[in-house]
Design a protein around this ligand. Structure first.
Ligand code: KIV
Length: 288
């Protein structure tokens, strides 16, 4: 088993030109698979709102939900670098709130770093959390928590004016003290420029190849989420199909009496005659 990474390892990976692979995961079982597979990092993303809780977006996710999922992921992957995703409402109102909630992620959630969405507008929050000694991952471009303000889940930085805004966000996040930056839903040309100018690791999800690594939702990559698959996601297997097939077989075997088979049953080890006379006696006085 490889040693748990630190933020310095992530920085060195960038400097060596080694790509980092990370997945968005919300539970202990999946986290243990990721650790076994050698995943560099796990993000406990607020996309849990859609994938786990069936909401239409990420906005309803709360601090308590996020912390509970971080704890589960940490138990499943004790040696993996884990990032907690600050939910909508946990850092918007003040720097004090932002620091208090980031501290909860570290102390209660057991994560190594936090991620929050936004650029210029949240630079003071990033600075305050960083000054509290907590590693911050920035997240700009298509930021799902503000999709309503963006008019939907829209790719950002497709024109020069829009790219300028994304680049300014990137610079603001870096200057505020973020130790890495995640670009979501940004054309490769815009991402490549940001990757070229920033000295910190720049990761992508829907931002092309010119980054220091890639993140994907396990639910998309493993075929768990049926409602929607973004253009940038690749499906590596189809757990959904396998699960449905397994469930159909279970239903069929229960209805036909094939399951449980002898190997799934516990054995009675007492004296059978004694048991039979106990039952007969018991039944004489039984009133239902
Ligand atoms: O919550 C999430 O899944 C994310 C990814 C889009 C990176 O923030």
């Amino acid at each position: 088993m490889s040693k748990k990474k630190t933020i310095l390892d992530l920085q060195q990976m960038k400097e060596r030109g080694e790509q980092a692979a990370w997945m968005v995961i919300y539970d202990s079982c999946m986290a243990s698979f990721a650790e076994e597979a050698g995943m560099d990092m796990i993000l406990v993303g607020d996309s849990m709102g859609m994938i786990i809780y069936g909401y239409e977006g990420t906005v309803p996710v709360t601090m308590d939900m996020s912390i509970a999922h971080c704890q589960g992921v940490r138990r499943g992957a004790p040696n993996t670098y884990i990032i907690g995703d600050m939910p909508f409402g946990s850092y918007q109102s003040s720097c004090e709130d932002a620091v208090n909630n980031a501290v909860r992620f570290i102390k209660e959630g057991g994560v190594d770093a936090i991620k929050l969405e936004g650029g210029v507008a949240v630079a003071d929050r990033i600075r305050a959390i960083s000054n509290a000694g907590i590693v911050v991952f920035g997240h700009i471009g298509l930021t799902p928590q503000s999709s309503a303000a963006m008019g939907g889940f829209k790719v950002q930085g497709k024109t020069t004016a829009s790219a300028k805004a994304v680049i300014e966000d990137a610079v603001a996040v870096y200057r505020a003290g973020a130790r890495t930056l995640l670009l979501e839903g940004v054309p490769e040309e815009t991402a490549a420029y940001i990757h070229r100018i920033l000295p910190i690791p720049v990761y992508g999800i829907g931002a092309g190849s010119d980054c220091d690594g890639q993140v994907i939702l396990a639910a998309d990559a493993l075929g768990v989420y049926k409602n929607f698959t973004p253009k940038f996601a690749k499906k590596y297997c189809n757990l959904g199909e396998i699960a449905t097939q397994g469930m159909k077989e279970f239903i069929d075997e229960v209805k036909t009496g094939v399951f449980p088979a002898p190997e799934h049953k516990y054995k009675f080890t007492g004296d059978r005659d004694e048991f039979a006379s106990f039952l007969a006696e018991y039944e004489k006085n039984l009133e239902l």
